[in-house]
Ligand binder design. Structure first.
Ligand code: MN3
Length: 196
């Protein structure tokens, strides 16, 4: 069994003008695809070859000798989750149970936005900013490189802050990309569907 690049949930130009077709051609078509290809090469003929992506990432997590396998498996999972965390016409304030949980956990939607934007802007180097559920509470966490949130934290949505996510459209202006993600792209329907 080899892993395949999942279908992008919208057309390559669907997030324009916020994220360009060119960015998605590279980010999805080259970077995400390369993680899939690399993973398949690394696990071919091993006991990991027949396992799901989640099982592979879990099995090698924390094993320095298998960092390459972890990084590629986790990056496949993280990118698939990231594409679903955005949609054309997304962004703005969520509603319903998700907004209630955001208000209860952060005080207000604006305070959530500040926490999420700060996490994304202060992740030094490559990584991810996540909205997660832990018990009844929502939290913002950031992770480095390919790392995923801790066990016990259910991811609701994620933002990629690797430079390849924004450099063609925003150059070094990561904060502008983050504001665009929150104001015009984040898929709150997806995040709400991930609530436990
Ligand atoms: Mn990426």
């Amino acid at each position: 069994m080899s892993h395949e690049l999942p279908q992008l949930p919208y057309a390559l130009d669907a997030l324009e003008p916020h994220i360009s077709k060119q960015t998605l051609e590279f980010h999805y078509g080259k970077h995400h695809n390369a993680y899939v290809t690399n993973l398949n090469k690394l696990i071919e003929g091993t006991e990991l070859a027949d396992k799901s992506l989640e099982e592979v990432a879990c099995a090698v997590s924390g094993d320095d000798s298998k960092a390459g396998i972890f990084n590629n498996a986790a990056q496949v999972l993280n990118h698939t989750f990231y594409w679903k965390s955005m949609k054309p016409g997304g962004g703005g304030e969520p509603s319903g149970a998700l907004l209630e949980k955001i208000n209860a956990s952060f005080g207000s939607y604006d305070e959530f936005k500040t926490a999420f934007a700060t996490a994304g802007a202060t992740q030094f180097g490559s990584g991810w900013a996540w909205l997660v559920q832990e018990g009844d509470a929502l939290k913002v966490v950031k992770t480095a490189n390919a790392q995923m949130p801790s066990h016990g934290q259910t991811p609701l949505m994620v933002m990629d802050v690797w430079e390849h996510a924004y450099y063609l459209d925003f150059q070094n202006r990561r904060p502008d990309y983050i504001q665009t993600f929150l104001n015009s792209l984040v898929n709150w329907d997806f995040a709400a569907a991930n609530l436990k």
